[in-house]
Design a binder for this molecule. Structure first.
Ligand code: BG6
Length: 474
């Protein structure tokens, strides 16, 4: 058996959250609504007005992070807390909240890793010009990013820009508030993507300009896509799917250009974005220093066969375990299907720790830049026992297998800076309210609300030991 090398001494062990999913206080102290505050207001599903009440309890939460042994914390800054109208003058109380949070982290030896944008475009900008659909958004984002990066340049070294750009494109109507008139126009999502690329590149440039020794990268969602069968046509379908789902984003971050095959496909199908002069130069100037990525599960692809209709994946899948079913088709290019070889979570997401090793090796071989994991975790229906315990052994098994995968990838030379699993505490799921939990810390509430008391799960104590031994005792 191979004796895998131990984790390096400076490896960051952390955990992750995002602003609208934990903070609550959606309309307090000058904060105005974001599009997520609106998208999540559905009957019977928890919304962002309370979330995990982190805005009022961040000191207690940082104390729990410290006790857990965390050395990094990946969170996001709410644009509409800092600029309620999306632009103009900053809201002093909003800015103060992030100073207080970051100061508390630093005082406890925890490296802050903020994300500038986690799905939460200020509602004011959606009302003003349809949010990311308009190129105006790039200017307002630049104003926000310049302010934040400058404000925290002495306290923050690692910056992440846009969370899960590819997911914003894939699930555009859940991640953005899209006016009805655009819903039948698939080109819009690639225009949104182009504006996100400009925003990302702008933020990268700003970090390089303003932060001494600063490092910046996007936080993409990525995963391997395997060929479903050994048929050469399916291998080609896989190649197209990887280009479309992954390289189309990463080539912009690292090479400053769109991957050719996907761009040709978009042009031929009338979905290509409008690109202005100078845009591609900005992509090159706004280079990334690392790639942060979120990893949950993997997919398979095959040839699109004779399919002529585009199909999209829904967010709330109801498929049965092991069933081969198509959930995304780009005619003439590829079809994504479930991986019949992987078991799934309660929520039907494939569990594939080997896929994490695969994608770490693959991305590092392609781009040669350090990698950071900003999310990885298992959404489940956790049960609180009468004596206030949560026995989440399934989550421990999931995380252990993924940490081992990181160790194997690092053994073979991949540079990984940090592991920030999702999530530090239970929070508002993007698709399933409070029923679906990810945290090391249980938050006592349901879809209606609750005390928000914090309770350490079994996985908290297990991760504490993992961190204390720098990954030796898994
Ligand atoms: C990632 C997001 O897509 O996955 C998080 O960055 C999200 O915001 C996480 O919560 C898990 O997804 P979900 O839908 O189970 O909450």
């Amino acid at each position: 058996a191979i004796n895998y090398r131990p984790f390096p001494k400076d490896f960051m062990w952390g955990a992750s959250t995002s602003a609208y999913q934990v903070e609550g206080a959606a309309e307090e102290d000058g904060k105005a609504l974001s599009q997520q505050d609106v998208i999540n207001r559905r009957p019977g599903v928890a919304d962002a007005s309370l979330a995990s009440d982190h805005y009022h309890r961040f000191k207690e939460d940082v104390a729990l992070m410290k006790e857990l042994g965390m050395t990094s914390y990946r969170f996001s800054i709410s644009w509409s807390r800092v600029f309620p109208q999306g632009s103009g003058e900053p809201n002093p109380k909003g800015v103060q909240f992030y100073h207080d949070l970051i100061d508390e982290l630093l005082a406890n030896g925890i490296t802050p890793i903020p994300t500038l944008y986690h799905y939460d475009m200020p509602l004011a900008l959606v009302e003003k010009y349809d949010g990311w659909i308009s190129r105006e958004s790039v200017k307002d984002f630049a104003h926000y990013a310049r302010f934040i990066i400058n404000e925290f340049k002495d306290k923050v070294k690692y910056w992440t820009t846009i969370n899960e750009q590819s997911i914003i494109v894939q699930f555009w109507t859940q991640k953005c508030l899209i006016p009805e008139k655009y819903l039948d126009d698939p080109q819009i999502r690639y225009q949104i993507n182009h504006h996100l690329n400009l925003a990302h590149a702008t933020a990268c440039k700003l970090v390089h300009e303003l932060v001494p020794g600063g490092m910046v990268g996007a936080a993409i969602n990525t995963a391997p896509i395997y060929a479903l069968t050994s048929k050469p046509e399916d291998a080609l379908g896989m190649l197209n799917a990887v280009d479309f789902r992954t390289l189309f984003y990463l080539d912009v971050y690292f090479k400053g250009e769109y991957s050719k095959a996907s761009m040709i496909y978009l042009e031929e199908h009338n979905m290509a974005p409008v690109i202005e002069e100078g845009d591609l130069d900005l992509f090159k100037e706004g280079y990334s220093d690392f790639l942060a990525f979120n990893y949950y599960s993997s997919d398979c692809a095959r040839s699109a066969g004779n399919a002529t209709e585009r199909t999209e994946q829904g967010v709330n899948w109801t498929g049965k375990k092991g069933e081969i079913e198509s959930y995304e088709t780009e005619p003439d290019f590829f079809q994504i299907v479930r991986n019949p070889a992987c078991d799934t979570t309660d929520w039907d997401w494939a569990i594939d720790p080997v896929g994490l090793e695969f994608i770490l090796r693959d991305i590092y071989a392609r781009y040669g830049k350090p990698l950071m994991i900003t999310e990885n975790g298992m959404g489940a229906y956790d049960a609180l026992t009468d004596d206030k315990k949560v026995h989440d052994s399934y989550r421990i098994d999931y995380l252990r297998a993924h940490i081992q995968a990181i160790q194997r990838a690092m053994h073979y030379g991949v540079e990984v800076l940090a592991y920030n699993p999702w999530s530090f505490m239970d929070l508002l799921s993007t698709s399933n309210g409070y029923k679906k939990r990810y945290g090391f810390v249980y938050v006592d509430r349901d879809e209606e609300g609750g005390s928000c008391e914090r309770i350490k799960k079994d996985s908290y104590y297990w991760y504490q030991k993992v961190i204390a031994t720098n990954g030796a005792d898994l």
